[in-house]
Design a protein around this ligand. Structure first.
Ligand code: BDP
Length: 502
């Protein structure tokens, strides 16, 4: 939660830690004098917030943690991304929406431009790239104008060839430029189609986390992380469990990563019904802010509006199978999630929408998703040490979910905590050997099923979590890389599947 002050007077406030907000300070600025801009940030953990913390009674659980989050990462706070002062013309471009399409070998780029005032007047749009430059006029009425650019023989954007055009739009007094990738994203049965062709979304769940900079924006680290992800053959990741920096979305456009973009709705406590109306309002606001910021990134192909919403009576280590009585008891949770999904779809009908579900949770919560995203820990939290039985359970569950919904499945999490350098024969839990075997059986089960449209390992790198008996040294050790980005054995298993195409 942030309060912004200029020269001691409050200019605005904003709740939510991962999406940009701006205030007009023209009237409060003292021209030709020194001004003081102050920002106060607080991250008190409260049940009513998204994500929630300090839930009553939680300290009595054997899994109690400190700080008292409901989620498994350190609640870093502070100003972790840039603050900028900028000026705009009095009549300025307030919003640009780009929607691309493909017709045979041609592309279309539809542009909608909104001004901050309902004025009329001329403008223009220019698209550079491919074989040259395309121009179109913009005719503003009531502050809004549209243009359709037809691109013959379009150079499409994809994970293998992330080609970007340069788009500039202008009104009489303002001008704005952005990168545009021409691509489409759809589903067909059990497959995800990028530009009409099947694509697998392989990669990771990640965190904004590093030993020296916490979650603060660290651009050299982004470059390093993208290199390492590519080295393992990954082409995709999820912004678990909050929207990442805008700089990172730009890098993803350039490098050709397919992103599941997630709001900070991690571990929604559905049993705590009193706080749910406020939480839903916050979630809808965050969906609006995320889509407003990221709607023009070709890399972003899917909106995720919740990670592991928690059903009533749910505990860590719940058995994997869902049953119908869980579904009946949890209808209010379904209504909450359906409202989020509908909102995202209404704001952006061009992308896929999903929620990521917890092992053992109500399956019908996924009913309205375009893609079924499963977090599963067969062989870790459930059936630890019993990889053969775990493998069988995983395969059965994948088949059962496919048979029920007939939609593409992405395993958005599967992983095993692993202390780097720790080995064992037999390959017991926590060893690198165990993690390698665990990852291998998941990849083999997925490869045997066409409807598994992606595998995202939990996690790309070890990361700071909270203190508890579950987290050695306060870290989650499920990284394929250590916190300082050295590979564990399992990285080579991923390379076998994603680089050598086993
Ligand atoms: C899942 C959560 C993720 C955790 C992971 C784990 O979505 O945030 O870090 O499990 O336990 O439940 O490692």
């Amino acid at each position: 939660f942030a309060d912004v002050y200029l020269n001691g007077s409050k200019v605005g406030e904003h709740e939510g830690g991962h999406l940009p907000f701006a205030f007009d300070i023209t009237d409060q600025v003292r021209w030709d004098e020194e001004n003081t801009l102050a920002i106060s940030v607080e991250n008190v953990l409260k049940p009513s917030r998204v994500p929630s913390g300090d839930m009553p009674g939680a300290e009595l659980s054997m899994f109690a943690s400190d700080p008292k989050t409901t989620y498994d990462f350190f609640p870093f706070s502070g100003i972790h991304r840039p603050v900028v002062l900028y000026s705009v013309p009095q009549t300025c471009i307030a919003d640009v929406t780009v929607v691309t399409g493909i017709h045979g070998t041609d592309g279309t780029v539809n542009v909608t431009v909104k001004l901050n005032e309902p004025v009329d007047g001329p403008g223009w749009a220019e698209l550079k790239g491919g074989d040259g430059t395309l121009n179109a006029g913009l005719d503003f009425h009531g502050g809004e104008a549209q243009a359709k650019l037809e691109v013959p023989g379009a150079h499409l954007w994809s994970d293998k060839d992330p080609y970007l055009y340069d788009l500039t739009v202008a009104s009489e007094s303002d001008q704005y430029s952005l990168k545009v990738g021409i691509r489409t994203i759809t589903v067909d049965g059990g497959r995800i189609l990028l530009n009409g062709q099947p694509v697998k979304m392989n990669g990771y769940g990640r965190h904004e986390d590093f030993i020296a900079s916490g979650k603060g924006l660290n651009m050299p680290l982004l470059v390093k992380d993208y290199q390492l992800m590519r080295w393992t053959g990954a082409n995709s990741y999820r912004t678990s469990h909050y929207p990442y920096s805008e700089e990172e979305m730009q890098l993803a456009d350039r490098e050709g990563f397919l992103i599941i973009d997630e709001i900070p709705a991690v571990s929604l406590q559905m049993a705590d019904e009193g706080n749910n109306p406020r939480r839903l309002r916050m979630c809808l606001q965050q969906i609006e802010e995320m889509i407003a910021r990221d709607k023009n990134h070709p890399a972003v192909v899917m909106w995720c509006v919740a990670n592991e919403p928690m059903p009533k009576g749910f505990g860590v280590g719940a058995p994997g199978e869902s049953d119908l009585s869980t579904e009946e008891r949890n209808l209010p949770g379904k209504q909450f999630l359906d409202a989020e999904i509908a909102h995202a779809r209404e704001l952006d009908p061009t992308r896929l929408v999903t929620i990521v579900t917890v092992m053992g949770g109500p399956q019908n919560w996924m009913e309205n998703c375009d893609v079924l995203c499963l977090n599963r820990y067969w062989g870790w939290y459930t059936l630890g040490g019993q990889l053969d039985t775990a493998r069988e359970k995983l395969g059965n569950e994948l088949d059962q979910v496919w048979n029920r919904f007939h939609k593409p499945i992405i395993m958005t999490e599967f992983g095993a905590d692993t202390i780097a350098g720790y080995h064992g024969k037999p390959d017991v839990m926590w060893t690198e050997d165990y993690q390698a075997d665990y990852i291998r059986f998941h990849m083999e089960e997925a490869a045997a099923r066409d409807f598994v449209a992606g595998m995202q390992v939990w996690n790309f790198a070890d990361f700071a979590a909270v203190q508890s008996i579950m987290r050695v040294g306060g870290l989650n050790h499920k990284g394929i890389f250590t916190r300082i980005r050295t590979p564990k054995m399992a990285a080579h298993v991923l390379r076998e599947f994603w680089v050598e195409n086993k």
